[in-house]
Design a protein around this ligand. Sequence first.
Ligand code: SF4
Ligand code: FES
Length: 252
Amino acid sequence: MATPVMDKVEAAAAASPYITATFRIRRFNPEISDESTWEDFQVEIDPKERVLDALHKIKWELDGSLTFRRSCAHGICGSDAMRINGKNRLACKTLIKDINPEKPITVEAIKGLTVLKDLVVDMEPFFQAYRDVMPFLVTEGNEPTRERLQSPEDRERFDDTTKCILCAACTSSCPVFWNDGQYFGPAAIVNAHRFIFDSRDEAGEQRLEILNDRDGVWRCRTTFNCTDACPRGIEVTKAIQEVKRALITRRF
Ligand code: SF4
Ligand code: FES
């Protein structure tokens, strides 16, 4: 017969939110092997926690060599984009309960960029493409004596593309980028869009010419992978289409 103490333990266990989830992580360490390998980790975790929490548990409690990037842990810095169950997501914004913890959860580095170790890729080509589109306000003439004013309607034209956090989820989900890393990629075009359609900026033509390049916007095949991947909900494909249209009409 169960004792009152046992009843309490069993009730507590029944009420426990914790589950054991399997995280199947693609490991890569160039100092050990040229090949990546999958490794499973069993993690006791509340399904309401995030994949980033599970990665922390693995690193802090099971294997300190697991390597990944993160900073803010709240969807702002863009440093923890990774492929989770085959889809680009931010680990800090992905709840375990939303990705079927009944089955092993796969976690691997984003595609199209060189993997340096485990989940860390070389972001330099991504940031070079970003720098190439001049992601800053360009104006000529004298500095105004007061702030540069803009109507709400003009601000609205590029509101969506101001939300980019440079996580690379879009660019690294693009099949054109996978096949040829020379393509500027969706994120660079999104950030060019942010300034091309800014009424205060005077370098729109220059940016359009940069994107008229062989590796520019015309490489986009409108697969919408980028829009699906964006954790900020930016309509990435629409922004690319608007840049294409501006190139044809020269009106922006
Ligand atoms: S457009 Fe979205 S997916 Fe692409 S880098 Fe910016 S925030 Fe990330
Ligand atoms: S850790 Fe900053 S966006 Fe996820």
